[in-house]
Design a protein around this ligand. Structure first.
Ligand code: ZN
Length: 329
Protein backbone atom coordinates (compact mmCIF):
# COMPACT_ATOMS: atom_id res chain seq x y z
CA UNK A 1 0.00 0.00 0.00
CA UNK A 2 1.28 3.41 -0.90
CA UNK A 3 1.93 5.65 2.08
CA UNK A 4 -0.08 8.79 1.48
CA UNK A 5 -0.34 12.41 2.53
CA UNK A 6 -3.31 13.89 4.33
CA UNK A 7 -5.86 15.67 2.11
CA UNK A 8 -6.37 19.35 2.99
CA UNK A 9 -10.11 18.98 3.76
CA UNK A 10 -9.50 16.11 6.17
CA UNK A 11 -7.55 18.17 8.70
CA UNK A 12 -10.46 18.60 11.09
CA UNK A 13 -11.48 14.94 10.88
CA UNK A 14 -7.88 13.96 11.31
CA UNK A 15 -7.46 16.01 14.47
CA UNK A 16 -10.40 14.13 16.00
CA UNK A 17 -8.78 10.81 15.06
CA UNK A 18 -5.49 12.07 16.50
CA UNK A 19 -7.20 12.78 19.77
CA UNK A 20 -8.38 9.17 19.90
CA UNK A 21 -4.79 8.02 19.42
CA UNK A 22 -3.14 10.51 21.77
CA UNK A 23 -5.63 9.90 24.56
CA UNK A 24 -5.55 6.20 23.90
CA UNK A 25 -9.32 6.09 23.49
CA UNK A 26 -9.41 3.98 20.37
CA UNK A 27 -12.99 3.15 19.41
CA UNK A 28 -13.78 -0.48 18.83
CA UNK A 29 -15.60 0.41 15.62
CA UNK A 30 -15.50 3.54 13.52
CA UNK A 31 -17.93 4.43 10.76
CA UNK A 32 -16.50 6.84 8.21
CA UNK A 33 -19.28 8.12 5.98
CA UNK A 34 -19.64 10.86 3.40
CA UNK A 35 -20.13 11.46 -0.31
CA UNK A 36 -18.29 9.41 -2.90
CA UNK A 37 -14.99 10.62 -4.24
CA UNK A 38 -13.41 12.74 -1.50
CA UNK A 39 -10.90 10.33 -0.04
CA UNK A 40 -12.68 8.55 2.82
CA UNK A 41 -10.42 5.61 2.12
CA UNK A 42 -7.30 7.80 2.28
CA UNK A 43 -8.30 9.14 5.69
CA UNK A 44 -9.03 5.61 6.87
CA UNK A 45 -5.59 4.47 5.79
CA UNK A 46 -4.00 7.37 7.66
CA UNK A 47 -5.74 6.36 10.85
CA UNK A 48 -5.04 2.65 10.41
CA UNK A 49 -1.36 3.20 9.59
CA UNK A 50 -0.91 5.44 12.61
CA UNK A 51 -2.55 2.90 14.86
CA UNK A 52 -0.15 0.23 13.66
CA UNK A 53 3.00 2.38 13.59
CA UNK A 54 5.59 1.54 16.28
CA UNK A 55 7.13 4.97 16.31
CA UNK A 56 4.38 7.54 15.84
CA UNK A 57 5.34 11.18 15.45
CA UNK A 58 4.31 13.74 18.01
CA UNK A 59 1.32 14.77 15.91
CA UNK A 60 0.13 11.13 15.97
CA UNK A 61 0.92 10.53 12.29
CA UNK A 62 2.79 7.40 11.25
CA UNK A 63 6.57 7.51 10.82
CA UNK A 64 6.86 5.76 7.41
CA UNK A 65 10.11 4.20 8.62
CA UNK A 66 9.51 1.66 11.38
CA UNK A 67 9.11 -2.07 10.78
CA UNK A 68 5.33 -1.76 10.88
CA UNK A 69 5.25 1.08 8.35
CA UNK A 70 7.59 -0.84 6.06
CA UNK A 71 5.35 -3.90 6.24
CA UNK A 72 2.35 -1.72 5.42
CA UNK A 73 4.16 -0.31 2.43
CA UNK A 74 4.97 -3.76 1.14
CA UNK A 75 1.37 -4.92 1.71
CA UNK A 76 2.41 -7.60 4.17
CA UNK A 77 1.36 -6.32 7.59
CA UNK A 78 -0.52 -9.20 9.23
CA UNK A 79 -2.58 -6.88 11.44
CA UNK A 80 -3.89 -4.73 8.62
CA UNK A 81 -6.86 -6.47 7.08
CA UNK A 82 -9.06 -5.18 4.28
CA UNK A 83 -12.38 -6.62 3.31
CA UNK A 84 -13.99 -5.63 0.03
CA UNK A 85 -16.17 -7.35 -2.56
CA UNK A 86 -14.28 -10.18 -4.24
CA UNK A 87 -13.21 -9.79 -7.85
CA UNK A 88 -16.21 -9.53 -10.17
CA UNK A 89 -18.71 -9.25 -7.30
CA UNK A 90 -20.50 -6.25 -5.87
CA UNK A 91 -21.22 -7.60 -2.38
CA UNK A 92 -19.24 -8.70 0.67
CA UNK A 93 -20.29 -12.25 1.48
CA UNK A 94 -21.13 -13.87 4.79
CA UNK A 95 -18.16 -16.22 4.31
CA UNK A 96 -15.76 -13.28 4.11
CA UNK A 97 -17.15 -11.93 7.38
CA UNK A 98 -17.15 -15.33 9.09
CA UNK A 99 -13.46 -15.63 8.31
CA UNK A 100 -12.84 -12.27 9.98
CA UNK A 101 -14.88 -13.29 13.02
CA UNK A 102 -12.67 -16.38 13.33
CA UNK A 103 -9.41 -14.48 12.70
CA UNK A 104 -10.16 -11.74 15.20
CA UNK A 105 -10.80 -14.34 17.90
CA UNK A 106 -7.03 -14.74 17.89
CA UNK A 107 -4.69 -12.06 19.24
CA UNK A 108 -3.13 -9.59 16.82
CA UNK A 109 0.22 -10.87 15.55
CA UNK A 110 2.21 -7.87 16.79
CA UNK A 111 2.04 -5.98 20.07
CA UNK A 112 0.12 -3.03 18.62
CA UNK A 113 -3.35 -2.65 17.25
CA UNK A 114 -5.05 -4.58 14.51
CA UNK A 115 -7.13 -2.64 11.96
CA UNK A 116 -9.89 -4.26 9.93
CA UNK A 117 -11.16 -2.04 7.10
CA UNK A 118 -14.51 -2.89 5.53
CA UNK A 119 -14.97 -0.98 2.30
CA UNK A 120 -17.67 -0.29 1.30
CA UNK A 121 -19.49 -1.43 4.42
CA UNK A 122 -22.87 -1.16 2.69
CA UNK A 123 -21.74 -3.92 0.31
CA UNK A 124 -22.20 -6.48 3.10
CA UNK A 125 -25.15 -8.74 2.38
CA UNK A 126 -27.80 -8.90 5.09
CA UNK A 127 -26.41 -12.18 6.41
CA UNK A 128 -22.86 -10.78 6.28
CA UNK A 129 -24.00 -7.77 8.29
CA UNK A 130 -25.65 -10.05 10.83
CA UNK A 131 -22.49 -12.10 11.15
CA UNK A 132 -20.49 -8.90 11.53
CA UNK A 133 -22.64 -7.83 14.47
CA UNK A 134 -21.01 -10.66 16.38
CA UNK A 135 -17.64 -8.88 16.06
CA UNK A 136 -19.16 -5.77 17.56
CA UNK A 137 -20.94 -7.57 20.36
CA UNK A 138 -17.88 -9.51 21.49
CA UNK A 139 -14.96 -7.07 21.20
CA UNK A 140 -11.73 -8.61 19.97
CA UNK A 141 -8.42 -7.78 21.60
CA UNK A 142 -6.70 -4.56 20.36
CA UNK A 143 -8.84 -4.58 17.24
CA UNK A 144 -10.49 -1.65 15.47
CA UNK A 145 -13.07 -2.11 12.77
CA UNK A 146 -13.23 0.76 10.31
CA UNK A 147 -16.32 0.83 8.14
CA UNK A 148 -16.41 3.08 5.09
CA UNK A 149 -19.60 4.02 3.32
CA UNK A 150 -21.17 6.63 1.07
CA UNK A 151 -24.62 5.22 1.86
CA UNK A 152 -24.89 4.80 5.61
CA UNK A 153 -28.70 4.52 5.33
CA UNK A 154 -28.14 1.12 3.76
CA UNK A 155 -26.46 -0.17 6.93
CA UNK A 156 -28.50 -1.86 9.67
CA UNK A 157 -29.23 0.45 12.61
CA UNK A 158 -27.81 -2.22 14.93
CA UNK A 159 -24.39 -1.75 13.31
CA UNK A 160 -24.54 2.05 13.11
CA UNK A 161 -25.45 2.37 16.77
CA UNK A 162 -22.33 0.43 17.79
CA UNK A 163 -19.89 2.61 15.84
CA UNK A 164 -18.27 5.94 16.54
CA UNK A 165 -19.25 8.12 13.60
CA UNK A 166 -17.12 10.37 11.49
CA UNK A 167 -18.91 12.26 8.77
CA UNK A 168 -16.84 13.63 5.89
CA UNK A 169 -18.42 16.64 4.21
CA UNK A 170 -18.07 17.89 0.64
CA UNK A 171 -14.87 19.97 0.80
CA UNK A 172 -14.78 23.75 0.50
CA UNK A 173 -13.65 25.15 -2.81
CA UNK A 174 -10.46 26.55 -1.27
CA UNK A 175 -9.42 23.14 0.05
CA UNK A 176 -10.06 21.54 -3.34
CA UNK A 177 -8.03 24.26 -5.06
CA UNK A 178 -5.16 23.72 -2.63
CA UNK A 179 -5.15 20.02 -3.43
CA UNK A 180 -5.46 20.47 -7.21
CA UNK A 181 -2.51 22.87 -7.16
CA UNK A 182 -0.44 20.53 -4.99
CA UNK A 183 -1.06 17.77 -7.53
CA UNK A 184 0.31 20.12 -10.22
CA UNK A 185 -2.90 20.03 -12.24
CA UNK A 186 -2.96 23.45 -13.82
CA UNK A 187 -5.62 23.13 -16.47
CA UNK A 188 -9.33 23.93 -16.04
CA UNK A 189 -9.23 24.14 -12.27
CA UNK A 190 -12.76 25.60 -12.02
CA UNK A 191 -14.17 22.80 -14.13
CA UNK A 192 -12.38 20.18 -12.09
CA UNK A 193 -13.75 21.61 -8.85
CA UNK A 194 -17.27 21.58 -10.30
CA UNK A 195 -16.89 17.98 -11.37
CA UNK A 196 -15.52 16.94 -8.00
CA UNK A 197 -18.39 18.65 -6.23
CA UNK A 198 -21.05 16.77 -8.17
CA UNK A 199 -19.04 13.54 -7.79
CA UNK A 200 -18.62 13.23 -11.57
CA UNK A 201 -14.92 12.93 -10.82
CA UNK A 202 -13.09 11.44 -7.88
CA UNK A 203 -9.83 12.65 -6.46
CA UNK A 204 -8.13 9.33 -7.16
CA UNK A 205 -9.14 9.69 -10.83
CA UNK A 206 -7.56 13.11 -10.94
CA UNK A 207 -4.34 11.82 -9.41
CA UNK A 208 -4.20 9.58 -12.47
CA UNK A 209 -3.02 12.00 -15.11
CA UNK A 210 -4.59 10.04 -18.00
CA UNK A 211 -8.14 10.77 -16.80
CA UNK A 212 -8.31 14.28 -18.21
CA UNK A 213 -6.99 13.19 -21.58
CA UNK A 214 -9.59 10.39 -21.63
CA UNK A 215 -12.32 12.89 -20.82
CA UNK A 216 -11.25 15.22 -23.65
CA UNK A 217 -11.08 12.33 -26.17
CA UNK A 218 -14.45 11.08 -25.08
CA UNK A 219 -15.96 14.54 -25.51
CA UNK A 220 -14.55 14.73 -29.06
CA UNK A 221 -16.20 11.40 -29.90
CA UNK A 222 -19.47 12.62 -28.42
CA UNK A 223 -19.34 15.75 -30.57
CA UNK A 224 -18.44 13.57 -33.55
CA UNK A 225 -21.59 11.50 -33.11
CA UNK A 226 -23.62 14.72 -32.89
CA UNK A 227 -22.13 16.08 -36.10
CA UNK A 228 -22.45 12.78 -37.93
CA UNK A 229 -18.71 12.32 -38.42
CA UNK A 230 -18.53 9.32 -36.04
CA UNK A 231 -20.74 6.23 -36.03
CA UNK A 232 -22.46 5.36 -32.74
CA UNK A 233 -21.48 1.67 -33.04
CA UNK A 234 -17.79 2.49 -33.51
CA UNK A 235 -17.72 5.01 -30.65
CA UNK A 236 -19.61 2.57 -28.41
CA UNK A 237 -16.96 -0.06 -29.06
CA UNK A 238 -14.14 2.39 -28.41
CA UNK A 239 -15.72 3.54 -25.14
CA UNK A 240 -15.68 0.04 -23.68
CA UNK A 241 -12.15 0.85 -22.48
CA UNK A 242 -13.48 3.65 -20.25
CA UNK A 243 -14.75 2.64 -16.78
CA UNK A 244 -18.56 2.51 -16.99
CA UNK A 245 -19.25 4.75 -14.00
CA UNK A 246 -16.76 7.33 -15.19
CA UNK A 247 -18.25 7.41 -18.70
CA UNK A 248 -21.84 7.74 -17.50
CA UNK A 249 -20.93 10.46 -14.98
CA UNK A 250 -19.36 12.51 -17.74
CA UNK A 251 -22.19 12.06 -20.22
CA UNK A 252 -24.79 12.93 -17.61
CA UNK A 253 -22.92 16.09 -16.65
CA UNK A 254 -22.59 17.08 -20.33
CA UNK A 255 -26.25 16.56 -21.11
CA UNK A 256 -27.15 18.37 -17.91
CA UNK A 257 -25.02 21.34 -19.04
CA UNK A 258 -26.63 21.18 -22.46
CA UNK A 259 -30.08 21.36 -20.84
CA UNK A 260 -28.94 24.46 -18.96
CA UNK A 261 -27.77 26.05 -22.22
CA UNK A 262 -30.99 25.14 -24.02
CA UNK A 263 -32.85 26.86 -21.19
CA UNK A 264 -30.64 29.93 -21.62
CA UNK A 265 -29.13 29.70 -18.18
CA UNK A 266 -25.97 31.80 -17.77
CA UNK A 267 -22.83 29.88 -18.82
CA UNK A 268 -21.19 30.56 -15.45
CA UNK A 269 -23.51 27.93 -13.96
CA UNK A 270 -22.25 25.19 -16.25
CA UNK A 271 -20.33 22.39 -14.65
CA UNK A 272 -17.99 21.69 -17.58
CA UNK A 273 -16.90 25.28 -18.12
CA UNK A 274 -14.13 24.24 -20.50
CA UNK A 275 -16.69 22.85 -22.98
CA UNK A 276 -19.18 25.71 -22.72
CA UNK A 277 -18.74 26.91 -26.33
CA UNK A 278 -19.60 23.47 -27.68
CA UNK A 279 -22.68 23.26 -25.47
CA UNK A 280 -23.87 26.69 -26.66
CA UNK A 281 -23.47 25.61 -30.27
CA UNK A 282 -25.24 22.26 -29.80
CA UNK A 283 -28.10 23.82 -27.83
CA UNK A 284 -29.08 26.11 -30.69
CA UNK A 285 -30.70 23.38 -32.76
CA UNK A 286 -31.77 20.83 -30.22
CA UNK A 287 -35.29 19.84 -29.21
CA UNK A 288 -35.43 20.35 -25.48
CA UNK A 289 -38.13 17.74 -24.88
CA UNK A 290 -36.07 15.06 -26.58
CA UNK A 291 -33.05 16.23 -24.65
CA UNK A 292 -34.85 15.57 -21.36
CA UNK A 293 -35.81 12.13 -22.56
CA UNK A 294 -32.17 11.45 -23.48
CA UNK A 295 -31.12 12.62 -20.02
CA UNK A 296 -33.48 10.17 -18.32
CA UNK A 297 -32.25 7.43 -20.66
CA UNK A 298 -28.70 8.05 -19.38
CA UNK A 299 -29.85 8.07 -15.76
CA UNK A 300 -31.61 4.76 -16.30
CA UNK A 301 -28.46 3.29 -17.83
CA UNK A 302 -26.45 4.53 -14.86
CA UNK A 303 -28.71 2.62 -12.50
CA UNK A 304 -28.11 -0.55 -14.47
CA UNK A 305 -24.33 -0.48 -14.16
CA UNK A 306 -23.09 -3.55 -12.36
CA UNK A 307 -26.08 -5.67 -13.35
CA UNK A 308 -25.76 -8.26 -16.06
CA UNK A 309 -26.54 -5.86 -18.88
CA UNK A 310 -24.42 -5.66 -22.00
CA UNK A 311 -22.86 -2.26 -21.56
CA UNK A 312 -21.68 -1.93 -25.16
CA UNK A 313 -25.21 -2.44 -26.49
CA UNK A 314 -26.58 0.10 -24.03
CA UNK A 315 -23.88 2.59 -24.98
CA UNK A 316 -24.74 2.15 -28.64
CA UNK A 317 -28.44 2.65 -27.87
CA UNK A 318 -28.00 5.98 -26.16
CA UNK A 319 -25.49 7.12 -28.78
CA UNK A 320 -28.01 6.38 -31.54
CA UNK A 321 -30.56 8.41 -29.58
CA UNK A 322 -27.98 11.18 -29.17
CA UNK A 323 -27.25 11.17 -32.89
CA UNK A 324 -30.99 11.37 -33.78
CA UNK A 325 -31.40 14.18 -31.32
CA UNK A 326 -28.88 16.15 -33.35
CA UNK A 327 -30.72 15.55 -36.61
CA UNK A 328 -28.63 12.58 -37.80
CA UNK A 329 -30.23 9.43 -39.22
ZN1 ZN B 1 5.99 3.73 11.72
Amino acid sequence: MKLINLLPWHRENWSLLCRYIKQNRIPQALLISGPEGFGKYDLTKHFAYSLLCNNRREDASYCKECRSCRLIESNTHPDLIEIKPEEGKSTISVDQIRKIVADTNLKPQFEGYRAVIINPADAMTLSAANAFLKCLEEPAERTVFILITAHSVKLPATIISRCQKLDIKVPEKSALLEWISSECINQNQETLINLLKISALKIEQLSDKTTLKRRADCFEDWLGVASGSCYPAIVAEKWQKIPETELLNWLISWVSDLIKCANRIDAKWLCNLDFSKSFQRLSEKIDIKELYSHYSHLLKTQQQIGTSINFQIMTEEFLVQWSRLNGRY
